[in-house]
Design a protein around this ligand. Structure first.
Ligand SMILES: Cc1cc2nc3c(=O)[nH]c(=O)nc-3n(C[C@H](O)[C@H](O)[C@H](O)COP(=O)(O)OP(=O)(O)OC[C@H]3O[C@@H](n4cnc5c(N)ncnc54)[C@H](O)[C@@H]3O)c2cc1C
Length: 364
């Protein structure tokens, strides 16, 4: 991946897939949405998820934990996960502070450029063969070839105090929770990380009443991370789009002398030690993050002490005892003899009951 100056085309930074492999053990992938969605669809099918497409959610009924579709249909659930992007209805209708206006940060322009004129221009043809980014707006040669352009307002919602509603029955993930400006190229990445994080948290639920505290655990893990990435994106935007020529020169010089830079200024392929001093290695917090490892710090949940559980366990045992009495014909013995069997049964019963209570206390 190369970074070019927009005005001169000069390459000022090159990142090599081998370096990602060397430092993180994985390549740096960029995936098109249309390639990624079919992969997710395969998984959805494999696990037999009931997926309903073309259903627009009009509102959320928090009291009943239900979504209301624009057809009027209500769908009740144990938990609503709002993964509905920057224009999220779940955030607006269910999460405290979710309906405040969003800041406009800057504009993105989505353009279409036919490939033939690029391929025919000797100075531009290389674009088609590499993944490149230009940093400044002065790219006249390319801009002159645009046939379609749409302005895309880039907004950043204010940080939410919490991602779930008061009942702990609605939660936000992805852009709905933490949309950020795209200058770190990590917005979708953060949403993708949210997926296994929330799944791993909910996997620890032993009953429905566990869900709210597991959502809190999810948020406690994910919020500091997404907030840090959000700040990184803002910092990147400042650096990429700095207007002052002197500041641009300083930035270019820093990048050129960065040991992670493969542009040919300072590093040959074998200098692995030098690589470890460069800016790529300092991104370990971002690129070396293992979501499963982080979530694994949440211990398995333990039941709170509950007398009802002790009673239920004793009841199970009582039923078993009664069955044994019946099976053994001890009724007859008791009738023939004395109250000996009854007293014994009561004592054993009491002992088992106290054992159940103690077990519950210890589990707490
Ligand atoms: C210009 C630009 C460049 C970017 N580049 C990168 C990049 O390089 N790398 C990266 O990681 N991220 C990038 N991002 C960010 C990335 O696009 C988002 O972070 C990501 O798409 C968020 O995914 P999501 O699933 O949370 O939301 P979305 O992708 O917005 O999906 C939300 C889904 O919910 C559906 N939905 C919404 N409302 C309703 C409703 N009422 N009823 C039913 N369905 C509904 C929508 O139809 C949509 O399918 C970029 C963003 C922009 C704007």
């Amino acid at each position: 991946m190369r970074l070019h100056r927009g005005d001169t085309g000069e390459v000022i930074r090159t990142r090599d897939q081998d370096d990602y492999m060397e430092l993180y053990g994985y390549p740096f992938w960029q995936v098109l949405r249309e390639a990624y969605v079919p992969v997710m669809m395969e998984v959805v099918k494999k696990y037999g998820v009931n997926l309903r497409l073309i259903c627009r959610v009009k509102d959320i009924d928090q009291k009943a934990t239900a979504v209301i579709l624009d057809t009027g249909e209500r769908i009740e659930a144990d938990l609503i996960v709002g993964a509905d992007g920057i224009r999220t209805i779940v955030r607006r209708s269910a999460v405290p502070g979710g309906d405040v206006p969003m800041d406009t940060y800057w504009n993105a322009y989505i353009c279409r450029i036919p490939k033939e004129p690029i391929l025919q221009d000797p100075e531009l043809a290389f674009i088609m063969n590499e993944h490149a980014l230009w940093m400044s707006a002065n790219m006249d040669q390319v801009l002159n070839l645009i046939t379609y352009c749409k302005r895309w307002k880039v907004v950043e919602p204010p940080e939410l105090a919490t991602w779930s509603n008061e009942k702990g029955k609605c939660v936000l993930i992805g852009d709905a929770a933490h949309a950020m400006i795209p200058a770190a190229a990590q917005g979708a990445g953060m949403g993708i990380e949210d997926g296994p994080a929330i799944a791993e948290c909910l996997d620890r639920a032993r009953n429905l009443s566990d869900i709210p505290r597991l959502l809190k655990a999810f948020e406690t893990i994910r919020k500091p991370r997404t907030t840090r990435v959000k700040h990184q994106a803002r910092a990147n935007a400042e650096i990429f789009m700095v207007a002052d020529p002197e500041a641009q020169r300083k930035r270019d010089h820093e990048w050129k002398s960065d040991p992670s830079n493969r542009t040919g200024y300072n590093l040959d392929k074998d200098k692995a030690e030098e690589l470890k001093q460069g800016s790529l290695a300092k991104q370990n917090w971002l690129l070396g993050y293992d979501v499963y490892e982080v979530v694994s710090v949440i211990p398995p949940l333990r039941n709170k002490f509950c007398l009802a559980n002790a009673v239920r366990r004793t009841k199970n045992w009582t039923e078993y005892w009664e069955f044994r009495v019946h099976e053994k014909g001890w009724h007859g013995n008791a009738r023939a003899g004395s109250s000996y069997m009854n007293v014994l049964a009561m004592l054993v019963h009491m002992k088992r009951f106290m054992a159940c209570v103690m077990r519950e206390v210890l589990r707490y």
